[in-house]
Ligand binder design. Sequence first.
Ligand code: SAM
Length: 219
Amino acid sequence: MITFDMLTIFPEIFTSYFQESIINRAQKKKLIKINTHNLRDYAKPGNRHRQVDDRPYGGGPGMILMVEPIAKALQKIKKAKKQKSRIIMLTPAGKQFDQKMAERLSSYDQIILLCGRYEGFDARVEKLVDEKISIGPYVLSGGELPAMILTEAVARHIPGVVGHPDALVEETFSKGRDYVEYPQYTRPEKFKGQKVPKVLLSGNHAEIGKWRQNKSKKR
Ligand code: SAM
């Protein structure tokens, strides 16, 4: 079982998505566990506003997430040393996430995801993390969506999470970055003049296999 720990100032963002479909079933089957932690719970004691961000030294727009609450939270969240744990900072400046990384991360017992907000993290947070990951070359307003994407992509590699294990075998990217799954069809056989390729209706599995191989390469 992998435990995913989200460190965020918006823990409620995760509730709806993780209560549905595959991810919900995976939690019920105890294949994964998802915890959300409110970073504000680690603000300086006595701070009325539970402040976890401040203005950048040297000036500039926006606010920066402070290192102290994050360090305190990580100390509490990180499991005992014998567990294989990975602390990940979500940042557009990180290494771009892909299927290979998702597979690699699925071998950990615990994945801690730091979700940034505002102008991001105090640079000293980098020393507290094992790696920095970006989900793509664009900037979002927070790390919560990236954390959900990473969690789902990693979880799909845990045996039992995806209903039919064969679904992963031919899936896009399963054989490398350039691999794209073959086209699939379901009823009706004819839609606005477009017909389902005859071979798929033939029942000849050897021919269907060849056709699919050919089509996935071509795409
Ligand atoms: N000022 C930061 C910069 O230029 O790199 C961007 C901060 S962004 C507005 C706020 C937070 O959203 C980031 O700290 C990060 O956690 C998250 N975020 C935004 N885009 C992301 C991406 N492509 N991948 C991962 N996290 C991202």
